[in-house]
Design a protein around this ligand. Structure first.
Ligand SMILES: [Mg+2]
Length: 172
């Protein structure tokens, strides 16, 4: 079960500050796209996420997009986000996690995988010896397979003593 355990659970990516990176000895982030940086399926620009990414990059931190979305969708966002990465990443399989480390030129222990899903983002990050950060999904998408996944995630997270639906994590 520990492969499914995120090292840290945060409300959103904005909690990942240069201070946070420093504190955990991190130099780079592998970033999920949908529901981590951008609402699921959205093509609407989000100024806050661009600013956040630019600030981290200015601080010398490396960012790499690791998305299971289509290549077209990933390409659309890569153009706007200003850093490298891939779509169709086949998370949790290790191929593109390793490629991301190569491109960032960083060892796994200095990199965090950041995502909203346990069975793809977190599992893959843990399998590759990375720090793992789970963020609360930006939007609740209603796809049937996602609903099942969310229920399973909730069961696993509860075993770790975490509940998105508790008062502390309820959406503002
Ligand atoms: Mg996601």
């Amino acid at each position: 079960m520990s492969l499914l355990r995120p090292r840290v659970i945060l409300p959103d990516v904005y909690s990942i500050t240069p201070e946070f990176m420093e504190q955990h000895g991190l130099k780079g982030l592998l970033l999920d796209l949908d529901n981590t940086l951008i609402p699921y399926g959205s093509y609407e620009e989000r100024h806050e996420v661009m600013t956040w990414a630019a600030d981290l990059r200015r601080g010398g931190y490396r960012l790499y997009l690791l998305s299971n979305a289509t290549r077209e969708r990933a390409a659309f966002w890569l153009e706007r986000l200003g850093f490298e990465g891939v779509g169709m990443a086949a998370k949790p399989f290790p191929g593109h996690y390793r490629r991301g480390l190569q491109v960032m030129d960083l060892p796994a222990r200095q990199v965090a995988m950041v995502g909203d899903q346990l069975f793809t983002d977190v599992l893959g990050g843990n399998l590759n010896g990375m720090f793992t950060i789970m963020v609360r999904p930006i939007s609740d998408n209603a796809l049937p397979h996602t609903r099942v996944t969310r229920r399973l995630e909730r069961i696993v997270l509860k075993r770790y003593g975490h509940d998105w639906y508790s008062r502390d994590w309820r959406k503002k």
